[in-house]
Design a protein around this ligand. Structure first.
Ligand SMILES: NC(=O)c1ccc[n+]([C@@H]2O[C@H](COP(=O)([O-])OP(=O)(O)OC[C@H]3O[C@@H](n4cnc5c(N)ncnc54)[C@H](O)[C@@H]3O)[C@@H](O)[C@H]2O)c1
Ligand SMILES: O=P(O)(O)OC[C@@H](O)[C@@H](O)[C@H](O)[C@H](O)CO
Length: 495
């Protein structure tokens, strides 16, 4: 079977790829942006006279070394599968509007693009880890700033100089799942500009001409189908190493000034793109979709489950998940009707019979996500009626993120006889490794749990007193290591 390329397409279908001007610069070529933002852009090109293309930059040096997209002339396919109005739905879209991908070391090309009058929008998804401020020296002689906000500051400064401070404003759409992502990013950029003593006139241009939009994104994208790629290739008729699988559902909420609506004319299409305040969408989505994912992984990965769908459908786990949704909903202020409608839809999405969503994939940055998604839910409930589900989930998380061995720079956890890579920041993994190594010497679970909960490095606070977690987490951890999570869940009375 032939690999996807311009030539292959032309030969097989007579199709010739034409790409519009490079209007968009994208930080990150991960599964999510390719299955969501690039798919939306493809639709915009197809359904309106937008005619723009996207340049994708790989923002961190650790990204994949082989560029599958480049090898395929920047073409790839998005396959969306799931239930729509109770009927099975499957659709394939060939993405033709990525004009180039740039490797990390091609930063000079990004700077060139930053000076281009055609550039209008910058979009990013660098994960929560990428949207952070780290003080650093002002980049000189083409040096690559280390973080995404520092890179953005540097390239906006180059644009400011190229436009001599007049016009050329960019609409910036950070898609990281962080509350007020646009406001946060703007603050970080202003801080770097101050650190680097950039001229006051840059600050005026930055704030007057550029718009940092807050956004909320929603679509479950499971990525490349490692297990059954061949079946997909048969369906599309070519080999595609960039293939991305996702669900049909999507929502993009953008809170920005009027200009972005004209620059990205989604209003002329049927896509589920909404304009205006993102707070409520974001509160509900993060608390009732992402937080259940995080808790589900902590509870059921150690219990031996692999897929989200399996957890939703098994007799053991599905009542526990009902309880999880109920608890999390109780911590949110919105109307019961809104919350319940959202939960029903999410539960149906989690049961998607066609897409395999692996708990291990969701576990990426699991400890940090527990901090940003679950601790606020605990904090927002009174201490007396805190559910012991949170303690059980935390015990599962500690078990799951117990470093068991290290190969080169990668830590591995162990489940039964199987080793799996642990994806978390090195700082957090080092801290957990230290506590678990100490535990092997003293054998005291309570001390282990206290060490973990009191670690400011992990939680940015002393979490020992939050919901009085220490005792129940200690007891669950003790029990889970003596028997296993399945036994504990079976014994646990349901509310
Ligand atoms: N996959 C989904 O269903 C989905 C849906 C909505 C939101 N998200 C969010 O999108 C993010 C990425 O998910 P994905 O499925 O695309 O994962 P992925 O692993 O395919 O992509 C991760 C991307 O983030 C970049 N990145 C990682 N750490 C970085 C850092 N420190 N600085 C700069 N860039 C960095 C990588 O280069 C890569 O482009 C996750 O944080 C997730 O919360 C995912
Ligand atoms: O890394 P996370 O937890 O943000 O991602 C795992 C999933 O919860 C997430 O990717 C959802 O599928 C997505 O947020 C749906 O819009």
């Amino acid at each position: 079977m032939k690999q996807l390329s311009k030539q292959m397409l032309h030969t097989q279908t007579g199709m010739t790829i034409k790409r519009g001007p490079e209007k968009i610069l994208q930080f990150g070529k991960g599964n999510f942006l390719r299955g969501f933002f690039n798919w939306l852009l493809e639709g915009l090109n197809r359904e309106t006279d937008y005619a723009g293309s996207t340049v994708i930059y790989q923002p961190n040096p650790g990204g994949s070394t082989h560029d599958y997209l480049k090898a395929q002339d920047y073409l790839y396919t998005v396959c969306l599968q799931g239930m729509v109005d109770r009927a099975a739905h499957e659709e394939y879209t060939l993405i033709t509007s990525v004009s180039r991908t740039l490797a990390y070391q091609e930063w000079n090309e990004v700077i060139k693009l930053a000076r281009s009058p055609e550039l209008e929008v910058i979009v990013s998804n660098t994960t929560e880890a990428g949207l952070t401020y780290q003080k650093q020296a002002c980049p000189i002689n083409g040096a690559i700033p280390s973080t995404f906000p520092a890179k953005l500051t540097s390239l906006l400064y180059e644009r400011f100089k190229a436009f001599e401070g007049i016009g050329g404003g960019i609409d910036i759409l950070p898609c990281e799942l962080v509350q007020k992502n646009g406001d946060n990013l703007k603050e970080m950029v202003c801080q770097h500009a101050a650190d680097w003593d950039y001229d006051k006139s840059f600050y005026h241009w930055l704030t007057k001409e550029n718009d940092f939009c807050n956004t909320l994104v929603d679509r479950i994208v499971t990525g490349y189908p490692k297990e059954d790629a061949a079946a997909f290739f048969d369906a599309i008729g070519y080999e595609d190493r960039g293939l991305v699988i996702g669900e049909p559902y999507h929502l993009f909420v953008i809170e920005g000034q009027e200009r972005i609506r004209h620059r990205l004319p989604f209003a002329e299409t049927d896509f589920n793109v909404r304009w205006g305040n993102v707070k409520k969408h974001s509160d509900i989505k993060v608390r009732l979709l992402n937080a259940p994912h995080t808790i589900m992984t902590s509870l059921f990965f150690p219990a031996g489950y692999h897929l989200v769908r399996d957890v939703m459908e098994s007799d053991l786990s599905s009542p526990v998940m009902e309880e999880v949704f109920h608890e999390l909903a109780a911590s949110l202020p919105y109307s019961n009707e809104e919350k319940h409608t959202f939960i029903e839809d999410v539960q149906a999405r989690f049961c998607n019979p066609y897409n395999d969503h692996y708990l291990h994939a969701i576990s990426m940055s699991g400890v940090s996500k527990f901090k940003t998604r679950i601790l606020p839910a605990i904090r927002e409930k009174s201490v007396v009626d805190i559910s012991d589900l949170y303690a059980l989930a935390l015990a599962g998380l500690l078990q799951m993120f117990r470093p068991s061995k290290k190969n080169e720079s990668v830590y591995f956890g162990k489940r039964m006889e199987e080793f799996y890579p642990l994806y978390e920041s090195e700082t957090i993994l080092l801290e957990l490794d230290r506590f678990w190594t100490d535990y092997q010497k003293h054998g005291n679970f309570k001390k282990l749990v206290e060490d973990v909960l009191s670690s400011h490095l992990i939680w940015e606070e002393d979490a020992r007193w939050l919901g009085n977690l220490t005792e129940p987490v200690t007891s669950y951890l003790n029990e889970s290591l003596k028997s296993n999570m399945v036994t504990i869940i079976k014994k646990r009375p349901h509310t």
